[in-house]
Design a protein around this ligand. Structure first.
Ligand SMILES: [Zn+2]
Length: 112
């Protein structure tokens, strides 16, 4: 019997520089089609539309780039953020061992 792989659950929070951000998965129909995600800096809230797992993850990454753009006043355009999102996501997908390494290194660092 084959078992459907379970969809990875979107994290509910994001911590960044001591601040907690809420992450919400929202039905795709409740936001404009062109918008698969959005970030509210006042509310510290990130919305990610329901999609395929890889698309949700990529959208989350996209909103994180918006957060970094805002915090570090990078002045990125939407196109820059889109390219970073797609580029980094592609690197992750083509290099799962490297992603595992980064995760391990980040967690080890956290503990030390
Ligand atoms: Zn964007």
């Amino acid at each position: 019997m084959s078992k459907e792989p379970t969809k990875p659950a979107l994290p509910k929070t994001l911590k960044f520089m001591g601040e907690q951000w809420k992450i919400y998965q929202i039905p795709e129909t409740t936001i404009p089609l062109s918008l698969l995600g959005r970030i509210d800096f006042q509310e510290r809230r990130i919305d990610v539309a329901e999609q395929l797992p890889s698309e949700e993850a990529s959208t989350l990454l996209h909103e994180i780039f918006h957060l970094l753009d805002n915090v570090y006043v990078l002045g990125m355009e939407e196109q820059d953020i889109l390219r970073l999102e797609r580029g980094l996501w592609r690197i992750f997908q083509e290099n799962p061992e490297m992603l595992a390494y980064l995760l391990k290194a980040a967690c080890e660092y956290e503990r030390s």
